[in-house]
Structure formats: C-alpha cells, structure tokens
Design a protein around this ligand. Sequence first.
Ligand code: EPU
Length: 339
Amino acid sequence: MNIIENFSLKLYNTFGVEAKADYFVEANSFTDLKKALLFRRQKNLEILFIGGGSNMLFVNDFKGLALKLNLKGIEIVKEDDDFVWVKAQGSENWHQFIQWTLTQDYGGLENLSLIPGNVGTAPIQNIGAYGVEAKDTITEVQALALETGDERIFTNEECHFGYRESIFKNELRGQYVLVAVTFKLSKRNHQLKTGYGAIQQELEAEGILHPTIQDVSNAVIRIRESKLPDPAQIGNSGSFFKNPVISKEKFEEVIAQHPTMVNYPTENGVKIAAGWLIEQAGWKGKRFGDAGVHDKQALVLVNHGKATGKEIYDLSEQIIQDIQSKFNITLEREVNMIK
Ligand code: EPU
C-alpha cells in the first residue's frame, strides 16, 4: 500500500476539476483498507472515499486522506425459483454491474442503466432514474466503521432511504464506508417499469411491443445519451440539484403565477422539475468561462474544460439565488460539495 502526498484528484472526479489531496491511497483489499484507516487515525486526518467520483465537486483542495477503494467481485448469495440475491463489491462499476445482471436475465436494475459511479456509492444517495430507485432492490448494505474498522450490515429499512437520501448522507455521514451491496432481482416474470413517459415513447419508436429487460435498458441508455453529457467528454456530475418538493399550499400560489410549471404530486407535497425552473429563468446553455449549464438539460452543470470547482460552485449559488427570487423556491444541491 502506497501513500502518496499532495496528489492530484483531477482524474478521480467526473467534473474533471483540479484539486489536490494532502494524502492519497488506493486500497485493493480489506487489509489495505484497515491499514489506511489506521494511518488516518494516527495522523488524525479527515477522510474522503473516492468511488467513481461521480457525485462530488471539489470546491477546494482536500485537506486529508483521499482513499480510492478497489474492492471487486459479484456473487450470488441466495436464490429461489423467482428471485436471486446478488452481492456486488463496492468498487464494481454501476453500469457494468447492471449489464452483467442483464446477461444473466436478472431484472430490477434496468431503468438505472448508464448512471455513472460505483455500486458502493449507489445507496448513499439512493440513486434513481425513470421511476426506479436503488432502494427498490437493495436488501442489505455491508459497511465498515471508520473509527473501529468493525463490520456492520444495514438492512434496507436501516438505511433510511428517501429521495436521493439515506442514513449515510445524514445521521451517519462520514462514519462508515460501504464495501458491498446485496440486491434482490427477479429471475422470471420481470416487472417492467416503462410507465415513465420517455421510455414508452422510445420503445414505441423502435417498434418494440413486448420489451425485455434488455430492451428497457437500451431505451434508457438512448434517452440518457440524448440528454445527459458523457463525463468522459464533458465534465459533469449528472443532476446538480434535486427536484424540490414544496407544500401543496405553496404549490397553489406558484402555479397560479406559472401555469406551465412541470410538477409531480408526491406523498409529501408537490415535486417541481428544477430543470424547468432553471430553463425558464434563462440559464440553460449559459457559459461563464468554462463553467456552464448544459444546453440539453438545465439541471446539469458542466465543466467545458478548465473550470475550477469554485467557479462551478459560484455558478450554482447564482442559480439558487435567482430561482429563489423568481419563483420563491429553494433549490438544494444533489452533488456533495468538498470544501
Ligand atoms: N425540463 C425542462 N428543461 C430542462 C430539463 C428538464 O423543462 O432543461 C423538464 C422536462 O421537459 C421534463 C421535466 O423537466 O418535463 C423533467 O425532466 P427529466 O425527465 O429530464 O428529469 P429530471 O427531473 O430533470 C430526474 C433525475 C435524473 C434522472 C431523470 C430521469 C433528479 C435530481 N434527477 O431528472 O437523475 O435521470 O429524472 O428519471 O431527480 C441524477 O440524479 O444525476 C440524474 C441524472
């Protein structure tokens, strides 16, 4: 295990911004991981786990130990006639893992195709797309406590999943590293979720009347590719903001002034399409130096080349303030700010 000082994290974040970590280490095993945690305790360092680097913005350099995990492997831990329980190690690439499930004809994750990142970070913000969230199939999360190195299994309920939320982002923030996730997937009678508008249209356009899980995955891939920039080509972190949920009373006020505002009723209030708000406020496709708002999806902030994390952060601040003043709605960031 090699601890490197003053390490550039530019290649380890999908925004592609320059940021240095005081220390960097790659852990290829549990033994490495425990050694790295010991080093961190001895030096009393802040720690940052780098998975796919797909949900973080380095606003500043990182003063501490950045730890890149390389724990790979997929195994079937249980199965019956209808379902299979698959345990994937945290550093498996999310999309490649889904592609593997599809080759086995295991259903449940197809709508989440092409989301950047790794298996181990999926539960932290309960990634979701096209009417499905990671929480729908996760049965267990295996984690190590940073202070003691002890293992703990979290059941689905114990993860306190919500919309882009979990216990790991809130009550237990910074206390555990997620090393493996178990999913319950269907082996037959797959329950396809094609209700989300664009998927149905995409399948119809292809003339597919009886879609398989692979067809649904392909449709999702085509939709995402048409709207969302590929981080390998243009730095970004997917949706930068969450879609805000406002009370019904407040919604009545706002919709009266903005009758075309895209909205979805939920149990806790009304969810507003933040992309719509940002586009209406005139930000879509805007560029300030190399920091910008994507021209096909206003919810996505992009690095056109050499933007700094601070420039992207400042742009997000301006957008938040503008949406507040124009719509009286507060946007929250989905991406983690590393300050
Ligand atoms: N819209 C606009 N202008 C825009 C973008 C969107 O008017 O620039 C409108 C669309 O026309 C549509 C509505 O807003 O009526 C929703 O847009 P879209 O279907 O693209 O989805 P989203 O709400 O913007 C969410 C997730 C995405 C996920 C898609 C599809 C969040 C924060 N984002 O985006 O997740 O892929 O739905 O399910 O919930 C991510 O989290 O990184 C991510 C990409």
